[in-house]
Design a protein around this ligand. Sequence first.
Ligand SMILES: [Zn+2]
Length: 146
Amino acid sequence: MTSSRNYTLKCVCGETFSAKLYDIINAQKDPKLKEELLEGNVNVVTCPRCKKRLAVDKILLFHDPDKELMVNLFPKSLREKEPIIRKELEKTINEKIERGSLLNEAHEIPTYMRHPKIVFSIEELAFVIQEYDKEYGKDYDKKFRE
Ligand SMILES: [Zn+2]
């Protein structure tokens, strides 16, 4: 599932405006959005007054079920808090697994989701995605040759 919302933003010129920003991107459902992300055009807005382009530093969850990749992007300002963020994420995941095992649904949380990947910039996110694309390509070639 891909999810977006309208956010109120304030430009350095003082203008306040509303823009649609993404919270979750599912690359399988929205391959075009993944391309936009790699081009650096996701969660980037233009101020209607001064026309300045603003890259919004916000939380984004990127999920590519095809390639078994899930990455949590957090604002740069939280980089120092990575150990705390990781702990919190793992706690949430473990709670989900526990609930799932009570309901016999533990199999619904794949292994790759149990160990969260965390990045603090859209550039790092793009790098991880591209690395996975390369790896996936290799595996695919291997399987194809065997
Ligand atoms: Zn402006």
